[in-house]
Design a protein around this ligand. Structure first.
Ligand code: SAH
Length: 279
């Protein structure tokens, strides 16, 4: 069975060497003054063409290489420790730059690709990579499907769904987090993800029905509006409960809801309207 480590990582120190955390910039063309004579202009011209061609391939700096290595290690753990074998999900998780979704104010204190959740401020967390992979696997989204997420948080889960080809609509109750997620999603190229600042208990009626709904905070009961906004044949996955929580999968079949209980989990609560956490 899965070995879950679901505690927060507020105190977690980065295991990655911060000494490598500097951006290497090189500007060759700006530092060389050329005065071609005789046939040497041919060499210069060839060099300039080669430089221009190389310019098309993005140069990776030390940071990028460090994060890419950390992502590969995260995928290795998902594969070997947790037995995640869905290649599509592993590929997506090797692609989405998780560290970018952790607000800069919290990045230094966290190990973004470690086997644990990470703090994103306001007492909220970005889920442990295994939980993201597992819930995404259960949701089984297909290209072009309309997916509603409740609890945008950092925006990471939304990016994973978008990378899988889903049309993502995500609701976040804390305005500052919604703003952060909007910004990072856009910067990372997921500008088609829509983020609404609001109360997930109400869902997004203007965009319903949804093929799939994923809730990443825990209500004590299944929110009725979300069930109504699920299309016939659609599925919803959510952590349910207060102290003791289980992941629950609901399927709408012939207007009825069929519920399957899954693994035990620990998520932040889904808060009601004005009870939202403040700084
Ligand atoms: N999916 C996120 C992590 C979610 S953490 C990620 O990938 O980073 C849970 C989030 O649910 C928090 O940001 C919290 O503010 C939000 N939340 C809690 N109650 C909510 C509600 N009623 N409506 C919308 N969002 C809610």
């Amino acid at each position: 069975m899965y070995n879950l480590w679901l505690s927060n990582c507020f105190q977690a120190r980065s295991r990655l060497d911060e000494k490598h955390n500097k951006v290497k910039t090189e500007n060759w063309t700006g530092s060389i003054f050329l005065k071609p004579r005789g046939k040497s202009w041919i060499i210069v011209a060839m060099w300039l063409v080669a430089e221009a061609a190389a310019g098309d391939a993005p140069m990776k700096n030390d940071d990028e290489i460090k994060w890419e290595t950390a992502r590969s290690e995260m995928v290795r753990v998902l594969r070997t420790t947790y037995g995640i074998s869905d290649e599509k999900i592993l590929r997506v998780m090797a692609t989405v730059r998780r560290h970018r979704f952790i607000p800069e104010s919290h990045r230094a204190e966290s190990d973004p690709y470690g086997d644990h959740p990470c703090s994103i401020g306001f007492g909220q967390t970005i889920s442990q990579p295994f939980i993201v992979a597992y819930m995404t696997m259960l949701l089984d989204v297909h290209q072009g499907e309309k997916v509603l997420e409740i609890g945008t948080g950092s925006g990471y889960q939304a990016a994973v769904l978008a990378e899988l080809g889903a049309r993502v609509f995500s609701i976040e109750i804390i305005p500052e987090l919604a703003e952060h997620a909007r910004k990072v999603l856009k910067e990372e190229g997921y500008d088609r993800v829509r983020v609404l600042t609001g109360d997930g208990y109400k869902g997004w009626p203007e965009e319903a029905p949804f093929d799939a709904i994923i809730v990443t905070c825990a209500p004590e009961e299944v929110p009725a509006a979300l069930v109504n906004q699920l299309r016939e044949g659609g599925r919803m996955i959510l952590p349910l409960g207060r102290w003791s929580q289980r992941l629950v999968i609901l399927r709408k079949k012939d207007g009825r809801i069929v519920q399957t209980d899954d693994i035990s989990v620990r998520f932040v609560p889904m808060v009601q309207g004005d009870n939202r956490p403040r700084p």
